[in-house]
Design a protein around this ligand. Structure first.
Ligand code: FEO
Length: 395
């Protein structure tokens, strides 16, 4: 795009982003905008990729020519190299949201003196930056999307090209050599945007629902994200997806079964439940937590109407993988779900009730009936017609 240059880092290697499995890698997007009068750097990259970042900047301009450095978001995937790049920007005014100034200080107090923090321009909603030749930035804080400091920078220009530098919003963990949505496989991008929303933003849906109309009302022609591809051809589609995801809307009333098993009995229950649901013509997906990773599973949880979770009782409590998944799901709070708890046990059998209790804490409408089977299920134990009837009534 004319006057906007990509200086980020495409991370083909990363497969784990603070516990989130990134099967298709990621990118930490940073940009330079030139107006002919002024030069602006937007965001930085993870610290290990600082040298690559600096080289990319030097291909576009002499860093000493940069007049403004905007930090849209302080999380370390974007600001890790903030202290390092400052050494190369002797003439840049630093800009962040008012909260961002605070959060930058909380991160880099050991490396940067107060005299630097005191000079950062803290912007609030509607503040602008005119960089000449018709290019004007307007700043819009978007607190908690993804951190309290987050903001987007909206640039209008003389040719009517309106560009939203959207920070984490609309991003995807997706490594690609092609920068635009229409140059990549749309299904792959949407899958990664969905997984990103489920793992990073889902629990912030209430706030997103409030902010989205403001962002959606901007005359946006291009969205430059902080991760993955930039949007130019499919902006209505990604806005529509965000609108649905933040309301907890789903495309199909499907069922997710998540469980682990010590000696195969809880798995027998899971398989029998899946079979019964499938016989009713309802889409069902089944994940054993020994082999499935919880960031994939939570994505399915966001899309399903019913979440069935199973655990054997181990040491009078939950099986560790199930406890881990439940903790993750509890934090992300999938909305408008129906739940069912199940499991095999030997003598005490507390795990099933614990599952139900944890699901209820996040307002999942859990069936009062629990499926608890002592040791190995007999064929009659696995007749779930009645309980699936009850589950379907709730769905
Ligand atoms: Fe991509 Fe919240 O950082």
């Amino acid at each position: 795009m004319k006057d906007v240059y990509y200086v980020g880092y495409v991370d083909w290697e990363v497969r784990n982003f603070h516990g989130y499995s990134t099967h298709r890698g990621s990118s930490y997007n940073a940009y330079i905008v030139k107006s002919g009068e002024k030069t602006v750097l937007i965001d930085a990259v993870k610290r290990p990729y600082f040298n690559y970042f600096l080289d990319s900047i030097k291909e576009v301009c002499d860093p000493a020519e940069i007049d403004y450095f905007i930090t849209n978001h302080v999380e370390m995937d974007h600001s890790g190299s903030f202290p390092l790049i400052l050494n190369h920007l002797p003439n840049a005014e630093l800009i962040a949201s008012e909260k961002g100034v605070e959060v930058l200080k909380a991160h880099f107090h050991g490396e940067i003196g107060d005299e630097v923090f005191n000079k950062i321009r803290g912007v609030k909603e509607g503040d602008t930056l005119d960089i000449g030749n018709g290019k004007i930035f307007t700043f819009v804080p978007i607190p908690m999307i993804h951190w309290p400091d987050s903001m987007v920078s909206f640039m209008t220009d003389e040719n009517g090209k309106n560009v939203l530098f959207s920070s984490d919003a609309f991003g995807q963990h997706f490594a690609t050599s092609k920068r635009w949505d229409d140059e990549n496989d749309l299904c792959e991008i949407m899958q990664e945007a969905e997984k990103y929303y489920a793992n990073i933003l889902l629990h912030l849906s209430g706030l997103i629902a409030k902010v989205l109309p403001t962002v959606g009302a901007l005359p946006i022609e291009i969205v430059c994200t902080a991760h993955g591809v930039c949007w130019r051809s499919h902006i209505p589609e990604i806005l529509e997806k965000y609108t649905k995801w933040c309301k907890g809307e789903i495309e199909e009333k499907s069922v997710l079964i998540v469980y682990d098993s010590m000696w195969g009995s809880t798995e027998k229950i899971a398989k029998a439940l899946a079979k019964e649901i499938s016989h009713r013509g309802i889409t069902v997906k089944r994940f054993n937590l020994t082999t499935a990773d919880y960031s994939d599973v939570i994505t399915e949880a966001m899309k399903a109407k019913a979440i069935l979770i199973g655990s054997p009782t181990l040491n009078n409590g939950l099986y560790p993988t199930v406890a881990e998944y439940l903790s993750y799901q509890k934090g992300l709070k999938p909305m408008h779900k129906v739940g069912l708890a199940f499991g095999s046990y030997g003598w005490s059998g507390q795990a099933v009730q614990e599952i139900a209790n944890i699901m209820k804490e996040t307002k999942i409408d859990v069936l009062d009936e629990l499926i608890k089977i002592k040791f190995v299920p007999k064929p009659d134990d696995l007749d779930f017609k009645e309980i699936i009837d009850k589950l379907l009534e709730k769905m």
